[in-house]
Design a protein around this ligand. Structure first.
Ligand code: IPE
Ligand code: IPE
Ligand code: MG
Length: 269
């Protein structure tokens, strides 16, 4: 009788898929919006203070900004501070404002190097004077950059954005500048902070939360939503590419049926 001794060496290889190569560069989303969430929980999980998480989130901002510019995304909008975030403990709010101030100063080099224009949406007047000045300087310095527009949503709340638009249109109506018929989806869009950019095709939220948290409510009517368990400080360029790859495998029907879309595709060819 023969005895076979089989030794199996279990070479466990963790496969890292490089999603960049899998992306179809002819079908990129023009505009990606991101809810950068999970800084606090990421820090707490390692026994650190929440602020440590915010500081480490800056690296992820650079990763996605460069990643988007690198593959040819034209608009990237990052939710950095909501109107509701003012209700956080005072120490956290001031630490976030200070971090924002330091980051704006430091990141101008990255923006110029990558030919990126900085834009801000939200209630900018609520921000500390020093932050407003720093933002204005960077916006002015980068205004002629053409590769991509990076928009920071700061003291941003979508319901307030819509309320502001309604107030402006009501005033225009009262002054006889617009008629009732001119209050359309297009004119409402034109009164929002985002009037000069297309609606986002893809929205990413990190940290496993599945909600919108008052972000771009009007603009996201037909946006594809992508959620990942990763906390924001862990989010890397390849995660962004993975989200884009996932987006490219969805069927965006806009209320129609699959067959109609296929027909459109063949007539467009
Ligand atoms: C996102 O991370 C950053 C901001 C909202 C400013 P959080 O601070 O919300 O982190 P979690 O969600 O509490 O972990
Ligand atoms: C949304 O995150 C706002 C930003 C990422 C800036 P929050 O952490 O404030 O959202 P909620 O409170 O969990 O919905
Ligand atoms: Mg959060």
């Amino acid at each position: 009788m023969y005895h076979f001794k089989l030794t199996i060496t279990n070479l466990k290889t963790t496969e890292i898929i490089a999603y960049k190569e899998k992306i179809d560069s002819t079908r990129l989303p023009q505009h990606i919006a991101i809810i950068m969430d999970g800084n606090g929980r990421w820090a707490k999980a390692q026994g650190k203070h929440r602020i440590f998480g915010h500081k480490n989130g800056v690296k992820a901002v650079r990763e996605v900004t460069e990643g988007c510019a690198e593959i040819g995304v034209k608009y990237l909008t990052l939710y950095a501070f909501s109107t509701e975030n003012w209700n956080r403990p005072k120490t956290e709010v001031s630490a976030l404002m200070q971090l924002l101030f330091l980051t704006i100063g430091k990141e101008i080099k990255t923006l110029q190097k990558n030919n990126i224009r900085l834009n801000v949406i939200g209630h900018i007047n609520d921000l500390p004077e020093s932050n407003r000045k720093a933002l204005q300087e960077v916006m002015e310095a980068t205004k002629n950059n053409t590769r991509m527009t990076l928009t920071l949503a700061l003291s941003y709340g979508s319901r307030e954005e819509i309320a502001e638009a309604v107030r402006k249109m009501a005033a225009d109506y009262k002054d006889g500048k617009i008629s009732m018929q001119e209050i359309t989806q297009e004119t409402i869009g034109a009164h929002l902070y985002t009037h000069d950019m297309p609606d986002p095709e893809l929205m990413i939220r990190t940290s496993g939360e599945h909600r919108i948290s008052n972000f771009l409510l009007w603009q996201m009517a037909y946006t594809e939503l992508y959620f990942t368990e990763k906390f924001w400080p862990e989010f890397e360029r390849n995660d962004l590419f993975k989200a884009i790859y996932d987006f490219q495998h969805r069927e965006r029907r806009f209320g129609m049926i699959s067959e109609q879309l296929k027909e459109q595709e063949t007539t467009n060819d």
